[in-house]
Write a protein that binds this ligand. Structure first.
Ligand code: UT7
Length: 336
């Protein structure tokens, strides 16, 4: 029996070989929200920076949005779906409790060779996903890993709660990971979590603790709940700490970073982070004004847009950083 030799582990490095994103067509503006809840454009823009967000149509789901983003990432990398060995989907809004959304994406794109699983790290999902995928590539066991981050937050939004309904949107992003063949590489990451703060951002209903019933629906337990003010306090501190750690692990200092590609929850949080890192806002990729917060998908959509509009130059150091329910947080440094 002939067995292929083990790869030289010291040489194994991982790169993002292609990115993709997909956003639904329907736009919900702040003016539209003014007709739905007691809010106004001035409050939303000054407190968050958000002007509009996208909402999925009835027939668009986390899996179908994720599949479109995945197909775009495969095309960008010039890789066929049949070559994909692993699909990881980061989401907090799976199509259904099981099977996993990654399996539904596999079917949709025809990646029948891949094994599939979901990862739940809320808004940090894209970065957790990149780090998990990177380790599978670096182990030498796999060469083609698809990380998809997709969320349909409109499906768990309480459209009567002005504290949350103005913040979120729907969409998907994807990254195709392959062994690095040149300078482009995922260099480092720093991930963290604190279950102590689980109650600050969560959806209580529909799990094993509060299975769906007429009562849970009546009590509104199937909607996202957030203590925004408290979440805000933890956001900047933990994102800055994770960023500093990831940058140091890669052997650099914050001023070496060409682009910060952050989770898109609130412009004030991004400004606070840039300040802490002593970097100007002109180095931050921001799209929350157009899409709001799309949880796991946000950072990946921002990366994809920056790739497509030509902002990223070969060799640029990128800092991807996010924060979300769990609480979870994470940062990754990439050489582009
Ligand atoms: O992606 C996962 C992580 N999530 C986050 O990072 C979110 C972090 N938190 C935030 O971004 C901010 O805390 C919010 C945008 C959610 C809220 O901004 P804030 O400056 O912290 O406002 P607040 O919650 O302290 O509320 C200020 C006031 C309140 O009124 P009172 O109690 O002071 O009279 C709210 O009732 O603003 C009121 N308010 C609104 N007013 C108009 C809350 N939502 C609205 C609204 N329109 N949509």
């Amino acid at each position: 029996m002939s067995v292929s030799p083990l790869p030289d582990r010291a040489l194994l490095r991982c790169q993002v070989a292609g990115t993709g994103a997909w956003l639904p067509e329907r736009v919900l503006t702040n003016a539209d929200l003014e007709k739905m809840v007691e809010t106004n454009d001035e409050w939303i823009v000054s407190r968050t920076g958000i002007r509009e967000r996208r909402l999925a149509a009835k027939e668009e789901h986390t899996s179908t949005m994720g599949a479109r983003a995945a197909a775009a990432a495969l095309e960008a990398a010039g890789v066929a779906a049949s070559e994909v060995e692993m699909i990881l989907c980061a989401t907090i809004t799976p199509d259904m409790p099981f099977p996993c959304t990654a399996c539904l994406i596999q079917k949709e794109i025809g990646a029948s060779r891949a094994f599939c699983f979901d990862l739940e790290a809320a808004c940090t999902g894209y970065i957790y996903g990149l780090e998990v995928g990177r380790r599978f590539i670096e182990s030498g066991a796999y060469k083609t890993v698809l990380v998809v981050a997709s969320d349909k937050l409109s499906s768990i939004t309480d459209w009567k709660d002005r504290n949350t309904c103005v913040l979120f949107g729907d969409g998907a992003s994807a990254a195709l990971l392959r062994p690095s063949t040149g300078a482009r590489e995922i260099l480092s990451a720093s991930l963290g979590a604190s279950g102590e703060q689980a109650g600050l951002l969560y959806m209580p209903g529909g799990g094993a603790q509060h299975p769906a019933s007429a009562k849970t629906v009546e009590q509104g337990l199937h909607f996202l709940k957030m203590n925004g003010r408290e979440v805000y306090k933890h956001a900047v501190v933990n994102m800055a700490r994770a960023s500093e750690e990831a940058i140091a692990r890669a052997g650099f200092k914050p001023t070496d970073i060409a682009w910060i590609i952050p989770h898109q929850a609130n412009l004030r949080i991004i400004q606070g982070l840039a300040e802490r890192l002593e970097l100007g806002m002109e180095r931050c990729v921001v799209n929350l004004d157009r899409y709001g917060n799309i949880s796991a998908a946000s950072a990946g959509i921002a990366l994809h847009e920056a790739v497509c509009d030509g902002r990223l130059k070969k060799g640029d150091l990128l800092l991807l950083v996010a924060f979300g329910a769990g609480l979870t947080w994470g940062a990754a440094v990439l050489r582009w």
